[in-house]
Design a protein around this ligand. Sequence first.
Ligand code: GLA
Length: 429
Amino acid sequence: MTTTNERGGTEARPNADASTPAPQDGPAAASAAAPTGAPSIADHAAAEFSALHGRPPAGVWSAPGRVNLIGEHTDYNDGFVLPFALPYRIAVAAAPRSDGVFAVTTVGDDGRPQQAEPVRIADLSPGSIGGWAAYPSGVAWVLRAEGFSGGADLVIAGDVPAGAGLSSSHALQCATALALLGLAGVDPDEPDAPSRATIARWVQRSENDFVGVPTGLLDQTASLSCVQDRVLFLDVRSGEMEQVPFDTSSAGLAVLVIDTKAKHSHNDSGYRERRAGCERAAALLGIPALRDVTESGLGDALASLPEELRPLVRHVVTENTRVVRTVEHLRVGRIADIGDLLTASHTSMRDDYRISCLELDLAVDTALDAGALGARMTGGGFGGSAIALVASDAVASIGERVKAAFAARGLTAPGLFTAVPSPGAGRDS
Ligand code: GLA
């Protein structure tokens, strides 16, 4: 089974379904969340590889999902984003093949391996592969163009909640990229090797041109370049990155992630339409991207645009400012002060960008009502997850209030877990 994700792409983990619990379901378990996902997931992938192929893999590489603290739909407008890596990962166990064939198997949440039709790397072309296998195949396709065209056997396992707007598909793509490069002897942390930023661009190209989804650079960069205990302040235009401290527990705080389980699979065109609207607005304003509209120039810019484009532009410009303000607070350790910025970001996405939905609004409003310092949807929208900044000792009570609100409306129970910034992609063994 494949499902359609919030960007209109297909989900990368075919055997996962909407009722799959989040890795740590419930606020009590969630408060113990720690960045320990990598070893067991990597071991799982290696064991499945050995069982399937009768030999051990040459190596295992893994990459995390992400939440974006703030800075939504700014990436394809050349703006600012501020993600951190989740403690949940996709691992790829891999070994080279000498016949130029790419054979990929995924182990679903039900434990059953599902193998895609093996394909010669030389035969890969956009549109040639559908469903979940398009994601790893697209990476093989783009790496072929970059001069890495060796065949490989891959076995995938992971614990990033699928379809939750937490970038499971990007985790898969990034782990695949590191695995295929690793088999070719390339380690992005060695001097002269393609950098993580370069690999993120390749992964983006594979998604845009092979899978056919016009996403920006947020998720790949988060998965590849985030580090433990930090949020990543990325200026998408310049590529400049700053690892900003984000020690919530010392501040007596936690980020509660609320997977609403809402998948608006028929909203495929929503992401594309928003992006096209932004590009049209930039063209009408005669600027390369909406990044170039300043806050002081916003009024004039809005006045010169057709009415339907104004809310899009207002969201992007004010969201960039909110990211910068958030970073200013975090640089001086004032985590509690970012709450209002998070909530303002949600309001802007709900009312101006119009990418929220009943479940996301309910999660945000209930969390705020129950005492969260700030809350917002995270990711592409139209379903997926919200985040709330909460006092550590209120995680359980706020989580219970959110669950009760969903139950009272007859909605599927949300998945709840707390998350701390965790390590980015790398080689496990
Ligand atoms: C999705 C896309 C990203 C970004 C976000 C919205 O996650 O993959 O590139 O545009 O939506 O911020």
